[in-house]
Write a protein that binds this ligand. Sequence first.
Ligand SMILES: NC(=O)c1ccc[n+]([C@@H]2O[C@H](COP(=O)([O-])OP(=O)(O)OC[C@H]3O[C@@H](n4cnc5c(N)ncnc54)[C@H](O)[C@@H]3O)[C@@H](O)[C@H]2O)c1
Length: 423
Amino acid sequence: MTITIDVQDPSLAEQGRQRIAWATQHMPVLAQITTEFAAQRPLYGRRIAASLHITTETGVLLRALQAGGAEIALCASNPLSTRDEVCAALAADGIAVYARRGEGPVEYERHIEQTLAFDPHLAMDDGADLIVALHRRPAGSAAMAGIEETTTGVVRVRALAAEGLLRFPVVAVNDTPTKRMFDNRYGTGQNTVDGILRATNILLAGAVCVVAGYGWVGRGIALRLRGMGARVIVCEVNAVRALEAVMEGFQVLPMAEAATLGDVFVTATGMAGVIGPTHFTQMRGGAILVNSGHFDVEVDVAELHRLASEEMQVREHVTEFRLAGGKALYLLAQGRLVGQVAAEASPAAIMDLSFANQALSARYLLAEGASLGPGVYDVPPDIDERIAQLKLRALGIRLDVLDDAQLAYGRSWQLGTALATPA
Ligand SMILES: NC(=O)c1ccc[n+]([C@@H]2O[C@H](COP(=O)([O-])OP(=O)(O)OC[C@H]3O[C@@H](n4cnc5c(N)ncnc54)[C@H](O)[C@@H]3O)[C@@H](O)[C@H]2O)c1
């Protein structure tokens, strides 16, 4: 099949290949799956459309799917996280890539449409822009299943299902333990701190950092910021999560109070307007605003533009907004995911788990999706278990195994405090 592409610079392919080769070394689970796929070709004859952060690690995932026999079209799930050299390498290897770093909204949408013109059997999404665009087209395409990678995207797909509009089964990769416990928490925890430091080079020790949202992502960020010596304040709307943050030793305050105290503010909620105009006016001069949630809606950037008398790009990923009275606030990465834009997203060793889930869920859905009705499904537990086992093996870590007596004990209702089995 002849493919078209739209990438920034095809001559960057060799640079992209080198990056992918480096990441591959840190993704042993996906390497094992790639070998299996190459031998069994379970995706042969299937078309996959993917809308993902086009990072180096994504390149490793797409190579695995290609090894399995899939034909692939790819667009970005965020215009600022795309690596042009990875796009060039994948395009050179026969993937229909439509993505350029920094593309505007019109180009972003056109690239989604070009990817859908591939008439995919499977939509692999990160944020649900692809699945939603597919559902805005008339029914009757080849699409038989979808996979959603992130929290915000799963929320959108569930909303589509709740209105009875979802046309096919979608596996919520985000919700499976080997994804969200590691990628959302440790991956994003690290990449957020990495993004803040690369963008600003500030000292975190002693800084007051306010983290909005204490879900999987917020926990990881709060943990890592504390590890760097920051004094962390958490803002939550959920009582259980707020209580958990308190018991973890964090101060918990409403944003209206935290706004006056913070040096650095990080949003990780999946909600819009978490930091808005009243907070901007309360903040101290020099405060730094950062987002790690999926869309650029958590810090109200439109209001910042409205309030500012002057705006300046003061470092590559730092915009200064001068407000009334001369106070300056600094927004990182235009309010988009800081770890993806200013750093390199989550490390390969973490994406190994998330993308192993993507690859095995693709195989599962393309084999068995036809028997599932429209709806949002969990990753089958045996896939999750297998990924954890493969990762532990790659790390050289062995587990204990229950013996027969322990297995019997676990099945029994008779043994309690008195211990004695009735005669
Ligand atoms: N940056 C990355 O690499 C990355 C990785 C994974 C997920 N994400 C995104 O991060 C966001 C959070 O994901 P998660 O898995 O932690 O979700 P989650 O549902 O586990 O946690 C979100 C938390 O935010 C809280 N919250 C909602 N509105 C709030 C508000 N106005 N103020 C304070 N707290 C509020 C919720 O109560 C919840 O505890 C999502 O948008 C997700 O797609 C980003």
